[in-house]
Design a protein around this ligand. Sequence first.
Ligand code: COA
Length: 176
Amino acid sequence: MASSRQPLAASTARKQAMLAARAPLVRPLHEAEWSIAFPLLQSLWPHLERASFLGRLREQARRGYLLAGAITPVPTGNRLCGVIGMREVHTLARGGLLQIDDLVVAEDLRRRGVGRALIRYAELEARAAGLQSLLLEAPPTAVPFCRKLGWELTSSPTMLFHLAGAGRAGSECITK
Ligand SMILES: CC(C)(COP(=O)(O)OP(=O)(O)OC[C@H]1O[C@@H](n2cnc3c(N)ncnc32)[C@H](O)[C@@H]1OP(=O)(O)O)[C@@H](O)C(=O)NCCC(=O)NCCS
């Protein structure tokens, strides 16, 4: 009698494809979940250190920073496949805006709509807060992604000034 059962590898591959096709759930990450986000955030910011990571997040959260995660089902449970960190900023030039400080999707799950889902979540947050726009500092490699989602490149370069002695490795303290 011919069996209607699929070979195990084929059915697992099909299950994985079906699960991957589902839109991820995006929601704020609880403080107890922040450490799960560390590998993703460290892939974005390699200088991040685990020892100071939670303390820094706590300090940022105290000042209004929100870390949200995209959670997707995998055969073994749920997986955090991307994160977005954002905060509200108000300026005379731009009014109220949502600044996206961190956005990263796990390398093996890119190009499946996770980044889009994270940005959509930020848009909803911004609308709910009555803000006018969203802003993010994108590396050149992420510009096509941003453009695809309807974002425009600003003409102003971002300028940065490091304060001497302000805790940055390699900076020197001027004492006179
Ligand atoms: C940028 C990043 C967040 C995009 O996430 P992603 O999950 O791969 O993006 P999505 O799959 O949701 O892509 C949304 C759309 O942008 C397109 N897109 C994504 N990356 C692209 C790229 N490098 N070049 C061209 N188009 C791209 C997708 O094809 C998709 O278009 P479609 O809906 O018409 O198919 C991800 O590549 C990443 O984590 N990069 C490293 C970290 C980084 O650069 N962060 C900076 C944030 S701006």
